[in-house]
Design a protein around this ligand. Structure first.
Ligand code: FAD
Length: 453
């Protein structure tokens, strides 16, 4: 039977950014109609949108996220390349100062696609526009849920000054970090949603420059990641489409620059190496400086709710907004969308029951758990986080620093580190006994060589 014949019902997705578009793509396999309700503009142009201000800053798609996106949109990365994305080996093509040591560069099988976040959103938007059963409704803000008898039946919306409702068989909330899902649930009689935060006081500043061709042979990306917590500033020169660089700097608990040239350049000058500053001050700026501040990670524990309405799901940053310095957000959205795809048949067979929706929310929480802990553990290096880290966490910090040092000169350790950062297959090797023994042995060896010299 052709897939068209089995599609039925109507799904509504709140928010037409990354998570919303991925969710819509998945739902379009089984629902006759999928509506994306977006309060702002669609990503019709390759430009940052007002409602997605983070698009002014560098966005790296991790290996695991790329895998999920390629499954949802086959050929997606070739399309990005055709539109000007740069493919880079995450070791060979990257000049990377990590914990005050420049990494030796090796060939690996871990590649990233560097382009602007706006290009990613645009290409995904083009793909979903090509699906005849998806309708994108822009300039329409969702203000609440329509619900009765323990099930969500639709959403209340406002377009201009017209209030109306849109009814459906499933509502997927993907309105990002500022999600009102917890409030909407309480309005229809559900208890408060438990939340966790990591108050890491983060700041970003970014500007686009014309790429200087003389560095093309030397590196594609120049990255400075500090030794935490002694230094708290990172910086990166990242290629984007149109032969340009996006230069992003920022960090934790710092006096972040205002969007003015002197402050931006001074901040770059204060990075653990002057190298980015020395390149950037010779390059021609093509944009204003954009800044972004956020208090830190925010996680909504929907999986802990004692009760949950039928026909309602939450996805993406609306569930968990990570510290962006670890580049996890998009990948987690993609992994959640991938899980949704694998649960669609059960979701439909069970008519979107409260039980199946709760199971999916628990699975999303499981997807979030490890990267959330990974990021939180790193942020806990800062005394400003309050409380003293447990002995186990102190050992972990010490060990992760050793990995950073050893991986500067040892390919195997570097590949293991890159896999862990990229949430990739085999990314759980860092804490295996053979790896611990290797890292400690190599660390001792490197120390002795240094003393000898
Ligand atoms: C500075 C910064 C840098 C980042 N860098 C990276 C990186 O390198 N790699 C990475 O993987 N991730 C990164 N992230 C995280 C990434 O941006 C997010 O994980 C991702 O955007 C989440 O997608 P989303 O669709 O859930 O939310 P968003 O992209 O925030 O989109 C939410 C959408 O919902 C719409 N909306 C909101 N409320 C309503 C409403 N009531 N009705 C209708 N529509 C509504 C908004 O207009 C918006 O379009 C970064 C984040 C920041 C802040």
């Amino acid at each position: 039977m052709p897939a068209e014949a089995v599609r039925k019902g109507r799904a509504i997705v709140i928010g037409g950014s990354f998570a919303g578009a991925l969710a819509a793509r998945v739902l379009a396999d089984k629902y006759e109609q999928v509506f994306i309700v977006e309060r702002g503009d669609p990503p019709e142009k390759v430009l940052p949108r007002r409602n997605v201000p983070q698009a002014h800053h560098v966005h790296l798609l991790l290996q695991r996220g790329k895998l999920a996106i390629d499954r949802l949109f086959p050929g997606f990365f070739s399309e990005l390349e055709q539109l000007g994305a740069t493919v880079a080996d995450l070791s060979r093509d990257i000049r990377w100062l990590h914990c005050d040591i420049w990494k030796e560069r090796f060939s690996t099988d871990i590649f990233a696609h560097y382009c602007s976040r706006s290009l990613i959103d645009h290409v995904i938007w083009r793909r979903i526009c090509a699906l005849s059963n998806i309708t994108y409704i822009p300039h329409t803000k969702v203000t609440g849920l329509v619900a009765k008898n323990g099930a969500v039946d639709g959403v209340q919306c406002i377009t201009g000054d017209r209030h109306h409702s849109l009814m459906g068989d499933l509502v997927v909330e993907a309105s990002g970090r500022g999600s009102q899902a917890a409030l909407w649930l309480s309005e229809i009689g559900y208890p408060d949603t438990p939340m966790s935060t990591v108050k890491a006081s983060l700041g970003y500043a970014s500007r686009i420059y014309r790429r200087l061709p003389e560095f093309a042979e030397e590196w594609k990306v120049l990255l400075i990641f500090p030794r935490l917590p002694a230094s708290r500033r990172m910086g990166v020169i990242s290629p984007i489409e149109g032969d340009r660089w996006m230069v992003t700097t920022g960090g934790w608990f710092d006096a972040f620059p205002n969007p003015v040239e002197d402050e931006f350049l001074n901040y770059l000058h204060g990075l653990p190496s002057r190298e980015i500053y020395d390149v950037v001050r010779r390059a021609e700026p093509l944009s204003d400086i954009a800044t972004y501040r956020m208090p830190g990670g925010l996680r909504r524990h929907f999986e802990q709710m004692p009760s949950w309405p039928a026909r309602f799901l939450v996805i993406g940053d609306a569930v968990c907004s990570f510290n962006p310095l670890y580049s996890q957000g998009l990948t987690i959205c993609a992994m959640e969308a991938e899980f949704l795809l694998s649960s669609l048949d059960r979701l439909l067979a069970d008519k979107g029951s409260s039980r199946i929706c709760q199971e999916i929310m628990s699975a999303f929480s499981h997807i979030v758990e490890q990267p959330w802990e990974q990021a939180k553990n790193e942020d806990m290096r800062f005394p400003e986080m309050g409380g003293s880290p447990s002995f186990a966490l102190q050992v972990r910090h010490w060990y992760m620093t050793k990995i950073a040092e050893v991986s500067a000169h040892h390919r195997g350790t570097l590949v293991a580190l890159l896999r862990a950062i990229n949430l990739a297959e085999g990314g759980n090797q860092l804490f295996k006994p053979h790896m611990i023994a290797r890292v400690l042995g190599l660390s001792l060896q490197q120390k002795m060589v240094k003393m000898w010299r």
